[in-house]
Design a protein around this ligand. Structure first.
Ligand code: AMP
Ligand code: GLY
Length: 428
């Protein structure tokens, strides 16, 4: 059999974890990544094509006879990468532009959830500031303690405020309508604030079948004990004990089944992954958001635990044969700790030399690169989230200890990380 060629689009820790698992597949002969990063370059061929250069990506896939293209981030999906690839008969993992609206428009996602009875927070949608402001005042007047204000479109993770009081909600709202998030803020979704513990459910879907991966949990706040502003995610572990058997069943019956029904009924093209962010309270999950891509860092511990043939699974999803795919998991939990640049998620400097990567690998940790680059033969920082240091363990405490043993070997100027990744799982 001819060995397969795969193209992964993106440049973060997520893409490194996907590439890492794809290179383990016996059927795969060559992995390309566009544009990739310094860590990915060590195990795949990185291409000087940006993730938003859809035509160039498709031309490359066609010319090189790529068997499967896997899209990491949401932006190219929302821009219609899958539509471009499909029009050239190229096999690609991801939803088309319309399906990607489940992430690209929070009001589209909300309407979809309501149509199919998927449990979620009560919400209202506005295209003008004055009625939105009245609504917010009304919610606080009738006893709301907090309210969530969301720019409708993609805003690189910055378009959501969980507002502790009316004034901050109104200020954020004003920013949305004044263009802080460009077109993404021209429509605003205002939501009831849900309480509980968050978890991430990543489920493969080919339009006929939906199959959840093992559960995981992110750590969104920048500092220990969930303090400070939200980030893209400071670390993750899998499985998440909060997703117990009862919750797993409820997610299956009240969220994933109705999701699939909606996709079919509305004839949305969805051969990729649906990432359901849920809030769990009293053993019941409600949906906070849909994303149409793998979560980062969540996919890092999930990839550490995967034991099957990842190429086969993604290829079958992309070609509508997900029901035949075999998902095999290591029982052992995994943890990934993100090391970030000083100042992240605000302003940070780049170009700091990273040392200790080989020593970290020698502990048994796998270090996924996010914002890194190669400069004169040295690996340097090139983004806010720099590395994800991941490890398996006999139990969650062991996995945490193993991941931090790797972290301690690595240094770069200004490096910081959370010290409590996985702590919530230990309390269970
Ligand atoms: P989103 O992009 O919609 O997931 O929002 C980002 C983060 O804001 C989530 O991961 C939650 O931590 C928080 N969030 C969003 N919606 C709500 C809600 N309705 N209640 C409480 N927290 C929320
Ligand atoms: N870790 C959250 C996300 O990928 O959006």
């Amino acid at each position: 059999m001819m060995l397969k060629k795969v193209l992964v689009v993106g440049s973060g820790g997520r893409e490194h974890a996907l590439v890492w698992q794809l290179t383990c597949s016996a059927d795969v002969g060559k992995v390309y990544c566009a544009p990739g990063n310094a860590g990915i370059a060590a195990i795949a061929e990185c291409l000087p094509i940006k993730e938003d250069e859809l035509e160039k990506l498709a031309a490359f896939a066609e010319r090189e006879h790529i068997d499967l293209t896997v899209v990491g981030p949401e932006a190219p999906l929302c821009a219609g990468l899958v539509d471009v690839f499909k029009s050239r008969n190229l096999t690609v993992f991801g939803p088309d532009r319309k399906g990607a609206q489940l992430e690209g428009s929070k009001s589209f996602a909300k309407d979809f959830m309501i149509r199919y009875g998927i449990p979620t927070a009560k919400a209202a949608v506005f295209t003008e500031e004055a009625p939105a402001a009245d609504y917010i005042r009304g919610e606080f007047a009738s006893g709301a303690k907090q309210i969530v204000v969301k720019a409708d479109g993609l805003a690189a993770g910055k378009g959501v405020l969980v507002a502790p009081d009316c004034d901050s909600a109104l200020k954020f709202l004003k920013g949305c309508f004044e263009g802080t998030f460009g077109k993404a803020g021209a429509k605003v979704v205002i939501e009831e604030c849900l309480e509980g513990e968050e978890a991430s459910i990543l489920a493969l879907c080919d339009g006929n079948t939906i199959v959840p991966l093992v559960s995981s949990q992110d750590h969104k706040r920048v500092f220990d004990n969930d303090e400070g502003p939200n980030t893209g995610g400071m670390g993750a572990y899998s499985p998440a004990p909060v997703v117990n058997e009862a919750v797993t069943r409820q997610i299956e019956s009240e969220i994933l089944r109705p999701f699939l029904k909606g996709i079919r009924k509305e004839k949305l093209y969805f051969r990729g992954v649906i990432f359901v962010g849920v809030m769990i309270h009293n053993d019941r999950a409600r949906v906070l958001e849909f994303n149409v891509r793998f979560g980062d860092p969540e996919i890092q511990p999930v990839m550490r635990r995967f034991c099957g043939d990842w190429y086969d699974v993604l290829y079958k999803t992309a070609t509508g044969r997900l029901s035949e795919a075999k998902l095999i998991w290591n029982e052992r939990p995994a943890v990934s700790v993100v090391m970030a640049s000083g100042g992240y998620p605000g302003h940070y400097e780049k170009g700091k030399v990273i040392s200790g990567l080989a020593a970290a690998a020698a502990t048994g940790a796998v270090v996924f690169h996010a914002g890194t680059a190669c400069r004169n033969g040295e690996i340097v920082t090139a983004g806010g989230r720099v590395l994800g240091v991941s490890a398996l363990g006999t139990d969650i405490a062991d996995a945490i200890a193993n991941a931090y043993a790797g972290v301690e070997k690595i240094s770069f100027d200004g490096a910081f990380y959370r010290h409590d990744i996985g702590a919530k799982a230990l309390k269970k």
